[in-house]
Design a protein around this ligand. Structure first.
Ligand SMILES: Nc1nc2c(ncn2[C@@H]2O[C@H](COP(=O)(O)OP(=O)(O)OP(=O)(O)O)[C@@H](O)[C@H]2O)c(=O)[nH]1
Ligand SMILES: [Mg+2]
Ligand SMILES: [Zn+2]
Length: 354
């Protein structure tokens, strides 16, 4: 297997040339487990470690390597350690707001051709959460497919109504129902996986992402676990993001279920994902219409006529508000960081003068 089988192409080769590090080799990040990395050069998979320079020059979490990244490395210790000097630009990416109080980006994966958004047919099924995932894939320039997993848990009629609910919500992504317990859905899913293309599994903890990966691989590559409670809280079996090469030559990234999927500055992607609402808003009388109390508001008119779903509209507003709020905090933080950097530089100069 070579780099091309892992998705390397002329686009990346050109970016590599622009970085001007002929002393480095190309490799792909195949696993990220907190600050530990694995890199694969097509033949061997070894531990990777970013240089201090790469870590210190990172302005935000999105400048750090993530699974799927092409990186420039130098091998040490008889080829058993790859020192990571640079990350090549990404063709596409999945990122979110890092969890907790800190407002920064966290990379989920990069250079993904298709995101597989998994929701199980039980209590996990939730259109509003689906909408959030779609904003995230739109932002990173990735086509989504929705996988309705554990279809064995519901009747065919219930499954039909779930699919209808997704379609009625103006969600245009392809939908594939499947069960890891029966082979039919699995086969039609396997058929969409193309050689040399990279897919990323996304979805809450316990929906069966790793089980699906194991089923496709035909063996237990990673550990899976039963869902303990009804809401699956506290059960996170997969702890790292990892890329696996399947038998048919396609590449699959498994990720841990994420409880939070915060947005930062994603207003444009939100408008793209909610294109029905965005289109309506273009017919409002006022260009700065907030779609609340204005006269001749096309959005409010659609809500009243029942052609726009109230919950979809509320989620649209909620996501916009959250995204703008995080963007403000993020911009402020970066400004402060820069000011601090300049202050340190000045102080260093003074020290050197003495
Ligand atoms: N009924 C049913 N159960 C399934 C199916 N697929 C997986 N499960 C079960 O669901 C539980 C969770 O599966 P995992 O594959 O560990 O879920 P995950 O999405 O990888 O979870 P995290 O790693 O925590 O994000 C396991 O007990 C699986 O056996 C399915 O198609 N039908
Ligand atoms: Mg898992
Ligand atoms: Zn309006």
């Amino acid at each position: 297997m070579g780099l091309i089988e892992l998705g390397y192409d002329d686009w990346f080769e050109q970016k590599r040339g622009e970085i001007r590090r002929p002393d480095c080799e190309v490799a792909k990040i195949t696993r990220v487990d907190r600050d530990r990395y694995l890199v694969l050069n097509g033949e061997t998979e070894v531990r990777g470690e970013p240089t201090g320079k790469l870590l210190f020059s990172a302005d935000s979490g999105q400048d750090l390597p993530c699974v799927g990244d092409w990186v420039l490395v130098q091998y040490h210790n008889d080829g058993e350690l790859a020192i990571i000097h640079a990350v090549l630009p990404r063709k596409s990416y999945l990122r979110r707001k890092s969890s907790g109080q800190n407002v920064d980006y966290q990379m989920i994966a990069s250079n993904i051709d298709r995101a597989l958004i998994v929701q199980s047919c039980d209590f996990n099924f939730n259109i509003r959460r689906l909408e959030r995932y779609l904003v995230i894939t739109n932002e990173g320039g990735i086509e989504p497919t929705i996988l309705l997993s554990k279809s064995d848990l519901v009747s065919p009629a219930d499954l039909e109504s779930m699919i209808a609910a997704i379609e009625e919500a103006h969600i245009g992504a392809p939908i594939i129902p499947l069960s890891n317990l029966t082979p039919d859905g699995l086969d039609s899913f396997r058929a969409i996986l193309e050689r040399g293309k990279t897919y990323c599994l996304l979805g809450s903890s316990g929906v069966g992402k790793t089980t699906l990966l194991n089923s496709l691989a035909g063996k237990e590559i990673f550990e899976t676990n039963p869902v303990r409670e009804k809401d699956s809280r506290g059960r996170h079996t997969t702890a790292r993001r990892q890329l696996v090469v399947l038998g048919n030559g396609s590449l699959l990234v498994d990720t841990p279920g994420m409880r939070e999927l915060g947005l930062i500055g994603a207003e444009e992607s939100i408008d793209n994902s909610f294109s029905d609402i965005h289109e309506l808003s273009e017919s409002c009388r006022f260009a700065d219409c907030t779609h609340t109390h204005e006269t001749d508001c096309a959005v409010v008119a659609a809500l009243e006529a029942g052609t726009l779903d109230e919950e979809r509209y509320q989620n649209y507003k909620k996501l916009l508000k959250e995204s703008a709020y995080h963007q403000m905090t993020y911009a402020e933080k970066r400004k402060k960081d820069k000011q601090f950097g300049r202050m340190i530089k000045k102080a260093m100069k003074l020290v050197k003068k003495k």
